[in-house]
Design a protein around this ligand. Structure first.
Ligand SMILES: NC(=O)C1=CN([C@@H]2O[C@H](COP(=O)(O)OP(=O)(O)OC[C@H]3O[C@@H](n4cnc5c(N)ncnc54)[C@H](OP(=O)(O)O)[C@@H]3O)[C@@H](O)[C@H]2O)[C@H](O)CC1
Ligand SMILES: [K+]
Length: 501
């Protein structure tokens, strides 16, 4: 089991800047933090780039550049061949960066004069958390020249050009082999495509008191069990199956039953006490032949459905996988609106023309619904948010959750889980091979099982996303959705280990 014991909290660039200021005010000067940051970069460079014939330190106009000056001095003292190239003129430097420059006592050359050579290792200290717009043309040129020669890049805090809040490329960005960041990662290290541009990330503490850093980390965390394990009921051996809830999964017609069956099987493996596949009459036989532990029940129409809910025997439902888009689906969602429910796939598309109708159903109560859109489905339900290029995935997910009064699982390699009250998590344990046919159906089933067990919607969704990723890692490359389902119990074992910590 891969268990990261580093803090899961992330600092947005604005939060990091506020934490710096508070640390400075508490008597630990920013220049001191900068020195620690620069030393950490130099150590990383010497450790991982022993082959370097020359370290070329590219320094920007702010504190990221300041870290670069400190690193350059430390590398020189270690006997390395170092050259420094600077954006603008040294006299324009201010604050801690100016002090670092004065201490480096070294000539600096311009960006335009740098010609990359094989054997150079680039230390990218141009822009970090303070990047506020697209990189200027001279930096774009530099990035292109370095890429053409193929010099390895060690990024300071973030690869220049990657937005620390959104993970988006602002015009152009260095593709780093490694990135050293400080105190805590930023969302841009975890969100795509920033995560890819960072390469291998290491974290240097640099002497900021953890209590200060934590106090400022208010926006978002990484999705690991520490964020929600308190809401998970660790199963006791004597738990009766009825106490673990009864999950209903709605099947599509006779030629579209596979997806819902996958969802139902995943729900059972993920810990729902009972799972029933609610089947239209013409698909009942197909479903009954294919299922054993999952029960099958005929639900012919809306009346049947209402009576089933009224019986009080169902704890939660999943609707959408393979159901078929149309009025039938919408009427089932209306009839189930007061219940804990996962709306996946077709259930999202069915409301594409009338999203407000869906959002109104959930208004004014504790969030009970989990919506699981991938990129395309998100754009169908929230076209304005998807089209707004001024905001990133975190902000999109947050606004969508507020609007829908529901928990949003905005899927992707960097799935974001958002609650209407503003809570946000970014998932990072999903392997690339998890993006396979049926994978989303499995996720919906796990989330449904969590809801059926009485876990609140946000925690149910976040735990499902994490378990899904964990099961994918265990199933390994080349897995199918069926393999994924088989590995859910082992993922639950991991979760129990976290809960015992
Ligand atoms: N606690 C910590 O983590 C510490 C981190 N440190 C390092 O400090 C940087 C953040 O420093 P900051 O000065 O806030 O920001 P940057 O150096 O990244 O960049 C700001 C300067 O760059 C200019 N800028 C921004 N975007 C562009 C652009 N697209 N084109 C041109 N110029 C740009 C900006 O100019 P403005 O006009 O916008 O003001 C600034 O001049 C962090 O990443 C760490 O590396 C500290 O060393 C200590 C603690
Ligand atoms: K950088």
């Amino acid at each position: 089991m891969k268990m990261s014991l580093t803090d899961p909290f992330l600092l947005t660039p604005a939060e990091a800047a506020a934490a710096d200021r508070e640390t400075d005010a508490s008597g630990i000067p920013i220049f001191h933090l900068m020195q620690q940051a620069g030393f950490a970069v130099a150590a990383e460079a010497l450790r991982h780039f022993a082959q370097a014939e020359r370290f070329v330190v590219l320094c920007g106009p702010g504190n990221n550049g300041g870290d670069g000056f400190v690193a350059a001095s430390a590398l020189r003292r270690a006997g390395a061949n170092v050259s420094i190239h600077l954006a603008g003129r040294p006299e324009e430097l201010t604050g801690a960066a100016r002090l670092a420059w004065l201490e480096a006592q070294t000539p600096a050359q311009s960006f335009s004069s740098y010609q990359p050579h094989p054997g150079d290792v680039i230390i990218d200290a141009i822009f970090g958390a303070g990047l506020s717009r697209d990189v200027p043309p001279e930096v774009t040129d530099l990035i292109t020249r370095v890429r053409e020669v193929g010099c390895p890049v060690l990024a300071v805090d973030l690869p220049s050009g990657i937005d620390g809040l959104t993970g988006q490329v602002r015009g152009a960005a260095f593709q780093a082999q490694r990135t050293v960041t400080f105190v805590a990662r930023k969302p841009g290290h975890v969100l795509m495509p920033g995560r890819i541009y960072c390469g291998e990330i290491s974290l240097a503490p640099i002497g900021m008191p953890t209590r200060i850093a934590r106090r400022h980390a208010r926006t978002v965390s990484v999705n690991d069990p520490r964020a929600w394990k308190a809401a998970i009921n660790v199963q006791q051996g004597d738990t009766h199956k009825y106490k673990r809830g009864h999950l209903a999964v709605f099947s599509g017609g006779p030629s579209h039953t596979g997806a819902a069956r996958m969802t139902a099987s995943a729900g059972l493996c993920a810990g729902a006490g009972l799972v029933t596949l609610a089947s239209p009459p013409d698909a009942t036989l197909v479903n009954a032949c294919a299922m054993t532990a999952v029960m099958v029940r005929e639900i012919a129409d809306l009346q049947d459905l209402k009576m089933w809910w009224a019986s009080g025997k169902i704890s939660a439902a999943v609707i959408g996988p393979g159901f078929g888009v149309g009025e039938g689906l919408r009427s089932y969602v209306h009839a189930s609106a007061a219940r804990p429910m996962v709306l996946d796939a077709d259930a999202i598309t069915a409301f594409a023309e009338r999203p407000d109708e869906l959002f109104a159903l959930a208004a004014g109560s504790e969030p009970r619904q989990i919506l699981t859109p991938h990129e395309g489905e998100f754009a169908r339900l929230f076209p304005d948010l998807a089209a707004d290029k001024t905001i990133g995935k975190l902000e999109r997910a947050k606004r969508a959750a507020e609007r829908a009064h529901a928990v949003i699982v905005y899927k992707g390699a960097d799935t974001v889980i958002a609650a209407p009250d503003g809570r946000l998590l970014i998932n990072e344990n999903a392997p690339a091979w998890l993006a396979t046919a049926g994978s989303g159906d499995v996720l919906a089933g796990i989330a449904g099982a969590n809801l059926a067990q009485g876990i609140p919607a946000f925690e149910a969704a976040a735990a499902a996303v994490w378990l899904h990723g964990e099961a994918g890692n265990k199933a390994g490359v080349g897995m199918t959705a069926e393999d994924l389902i088989r590995h859910i119990p082992a993922a639950l074992e991991d979760l129990l280990s976290w809960c015992r910590l």
